[in-house]
Design a binder for this molecule. Structure first.
Ligand SMILES: *[C@@H]1O[C@H](CO)[C@@H](O)[C@H](O)[C@H]1NC(C)=O
Ligand SMILES: *[C@@H]1O[C@H](CO)[C@@H](O)[C@H](O)[C@H]1NC(C)=O
Ligand SMILES: *[C@@H]1O[C@H](CO)[C@@H](O)[C@H](O)[C@H]1NC(C)=O
Length: 365
């Protein structure tokens, strides 16, 4: 937490305190310094030049960052980075060879120091900036971070000035030592001690393996790590998805089933109405025929004359003929189905209803 705030304030300082002399302008090498509180390198020259020994600002000869501060985006004249075994000093004038152990180095520039032979065992893989390739620059001297537990170590405490969002200042002390990774250099005893685990009491972040000493004085969880979600959360989410999917499917299925039942009931109702209607109609026809036949003087012979050529005894009105078809020899014949409903041939031919058909066909109902 404190670290990120410090980094933000560092970048603010860069903007405020950058030198303003352009290429070719006069500058003084004696003005080169580290800023108070932020320890950022300052020079009279602007961010693309350095103060050469002849007292003028010259173009920089190297860079240490992929995206060096002060250059425009997509700048074409970025100086190149230094090769392996070399470093770019704070001045960024030219690449220099890495320095052997005991040499003078610039503050916090562990990369300026040559790595130890067993650098693979000593290098910091925790991404906490404990050392670079197993070497560390403490009090401007190159060392190797090779001190084992309970051995004497060198410690450098640096007080950075941090700035809060409201403009207030606070001090952030960063303590670095030359202990092996997994140990820290205790400032009182000046000996390397084992880092503490979560829950142990602590005085500073460096004492905790999680790099997080809570204000309550115990080591807390690592704030830089990803949050890991326990597997039961995945299980519950998975079950929830499956239950949601099948719940939706079953719900829709039941809904559809109900709709189909209602629709079937509606059609059955319609069929019954139609059936009753046709029954009434045929009764009316029967009654009409009976009454016509009963009128004296109107017999079969008369009707044969009226409908010329049709001599069959069981002829009908044209309407009925067209409906019943030519093979019909009688009028609408009604018969009673098993359930007592009256079913006529008209319905058999023109209204197809599965329920009704099955009733008549196999008589199960
Ligand atoms: C100063 O030194 C730089 C780098 O060596 C060089 O490029 C520049 O021409 C020199 N300027 C003068 C005025 O000699
Ligand atoms: C680390 O140090 C060793 C020994 O000096 C050197 O051979 C190696 O190239 C260095 N590795 C890097 C990445 O600088
Ligand atoms: C540990 O590093 C120091 C330099 O910091 C070196 O002088 C010393 O020989 C190293 N010790 C071992 C055991 O490698």
């Amino acid at each position: 937490m404190l670290l990120s705030t410090t980094l933000i304030s560092l970048s603010w300082f860069s903007v405020v305190y950058a030198g303003s002399a352009n290429f070719g302008d006069a500058c003084s090498v004696s003005n080169n310094r580290l800023q108070i509180g932020t320890y950022q390198f300052y020079t009279d020259c602007n961010s693309e030049t350095y103060c050469a020994s002849n007292g003028t600002c010259a173009h920089r000869g190297c860079r240490k960052d992929d995206f060096p501060f002060g250059y425009p985006q997509d700048s074409d004249n970025l100086p190149s980075k230094c090769a392996k075994g070399q470093f770019c000093p704070d001045e960024m004038d030219a690449c220099l060879n890495v320095l052997p152990v005991g040499s003078a180095c610039q503050m916090n520039r562990d990369d300026q120091c040559e790595g130890p032979p067993n650098y693979k065992d000593l290098l910091d893989t925790t991404n906490r900036g404990l050392n670079v390739n197993g070497s560390v620059c403490l009090t401007n001297v190159c060392m190797w971070a090779n001190v084992t537990e309970n051995e004497d170590c060198v410690v450098q405490n640096t007080a950075y000035i941090g700035y809060t969002a409201s403009g207030g200042e606070f001090i952030d002390i960063v303590s670095r030592g030359n202990c092996r990774v997994g140990l820290y250099c205790d400032a009182q005893s000046l000996q390397c001690l084992q880092e503490k685990s979560i829950g142990d009491s602590c005085d500073a972040d460096k004492e905790c393996s999680t790099w997080n000493c809570l204000s309550s004085g115990v080591c807390g969880t690592d704030q830089a790590l990803d949050r890991h979600i326990s597997s039961w959360v995945y299980a519950i989410v998975g079950i929830g998805i499956v239950v949601g999917m099948f719940g939706t499917l079953i719900g829709l299925f039941i809904l559809h089933l109900k709709q189909r039942a209602a629709e079937r009931e509606r059609r059955l109702q319609y069929w019954r109405e139609q059936n009753a209607f046709h029954q009434n109609l045929s009764q009316m026809r029967e009654a009409a025929r009976t009454s016509i036949m009963s009128i004296p003087g109107i017999g079969n012979s008369t009707r044969s004359t009226v409908y010329g050529g049709d001599n069959s005894d069981d002829s009908h009105t044209p309407m009925l003929q067209s409906i019943s078809g030519p093979q019909r020899t009688s009028g609408l014949r009604n018969h009673v189905s098993d359930d007592g409903n009256i079913v006529d041939d008209y319905d058999e031919n023109f209204i197809t209803h599965p329920t009704v058909q099955s009733r008549k066909d196999d008589g199960r109902f």
